[in-house]
Design a protein. Structure first.
Length: 342
């Protein structure tokens, strides 16, 4: 009985010690009315996935975004970044938002077209006159309308659109007019708009995960690919493709996406922190770096041995005349609004 009594007293002392109030850095208990740090209370952790390498502009911007969310939310939201396809390919990551394998995805907005008709607008070719036109659309009312339609159709909430720069073509054959594309196997993202547009141009579009593209070109499985200059440079496509063709055929934004359910589970303050960070310093960094890099990357790619080709863009545009009307009438209204937003 005595032994049992001693054990009971010891146990109660241990329990009492483990449940004592948290202390601040000075070792004292928080003052009356003073809230404990969010980390102590238990921060919300959100896993963000993308497919870029650490050297890519947008990958670096994502790190800035994560740091800004931490600051703006007072530590109540922690973003853990998984880059370089660690959590899966773009399509897998996007689908993972619904099942919880990822919380935020960022990548080429065209990937959203698999789950939303409205998202097909992102990769319509030769839709923008210039970068100013692009900015006016995605930072304005038309961009908000596109985002609202995507959320309604898919359950994905777009937090922001980031600049990416126009897409160029890299191949191992000089391409100056659409006829030069005949029979060439060109890797395109898994987007029906990309596939249909390159078919109409006469190429043989080949959807493929981005991480497989370099090796596929190297082994002759495909003849080329298309992407913004920053990604062409960071992915070292100059090592496997000889020609850099200035088509600038698509200005596709980068979309940062979270599931509506996950977003709605956050407090209003946490939601505001996500939105503000997504449209804050990281976005400004991307704009600056893409603009700066367009000329620098072009020079570097040529220094690495690529031959610049300036094609007959009027011929490409003529070949795609009526593309939206015949292939994707479901985005015709949005397309016309974008055209009017010049």
């Amino acid at each position: 009985m005595k032994a049992a009594g001693v054990f009971s007293v010891a146990l109660s002392l241990l329990v009492g010690c483990s449940s004592s109030p948290a202390t601040n850095e000075g070792g004292s208990q928080p003052a009356a009315g003073e809230s404990k740090p969010a980390e102590t209370a238990g921060a919300v952790k959100l896993n963000l996935g993308h497919v870029w390498t650490a050297s890519e502009i947008h990958s670096q911007a994502v790190e800035q975004f994560a740091a800004e969310v931490d600051k703006l939310s007072n530590g109540s939201v922690k973003i853990e970044v998984f880059g370089d396809g660690t959590l899966g390919k773009d399509k897998d990551l996007l689908e993972g938002l619904k099942v919880g394998t990822a919380d935020i995805w960022i990548g080429g907005a065209g990937v959203l077209s698999g789950s939303s008709d409205a998202a097909k607008i992102f990769t319509v070719p030769f839709m923008f006159e210039n970068q100013e036109h692009f900015n006016k659309v995605y930072d304005g009312e038309v961009g908000k309308e596109v985002s609202a339609a995507i959320e309604q159709q898919s359950g994905y909430k777009v937090l922001t659109y980031w600049d990416r720069g126009a897409r160029w073509l890299t191949v191992n054959k000089e391409v100056k007019k659409p006829e030069d594309l005949s029979g060439l196997k060109i890797r395109v993202p898994e987007s029906p708009v990309f596939v249909k547009s390159f078919q109409q141009l006469g190429a043989a579009p080949t959807p493929m995960a981005f991480g497989e593209v370099y090796t596929a070109i190297q082994q002759g499985v495909i003849d080329g690919q298309e992407n913004p200059l920053s990604l062409i440079y960071s992915s070292k496509f100059s090592e496997v493709n000889k020609f850099l063709v200035k088509t600038e055929h698509v200005r596709e934004p980068i979309a940062m996406v979270i599931s509506s359910n996950k977003f709605n589970s956050l407090s209003p303050e946490q939601q505001n922190a996500l939105m503000e960070a997504a449209n804050g310093q990281a976005k400004k960094y991307v704009i600056e770096q893409v603009d700066k890099g367009n000329s620098e990357f072009l020079t570097k790619l040529q220094e690495e041995g690529m031959t610049l080709v300036e094609p007959d863009l009027a011929a490409f545009q003529a070949k795609l005349e009526g593309f939206v009307d015949t292939q994707f009438p479901e985005v015709k209204e949005l397309y016309e609004k974008i055209q009017s937003a010049k």
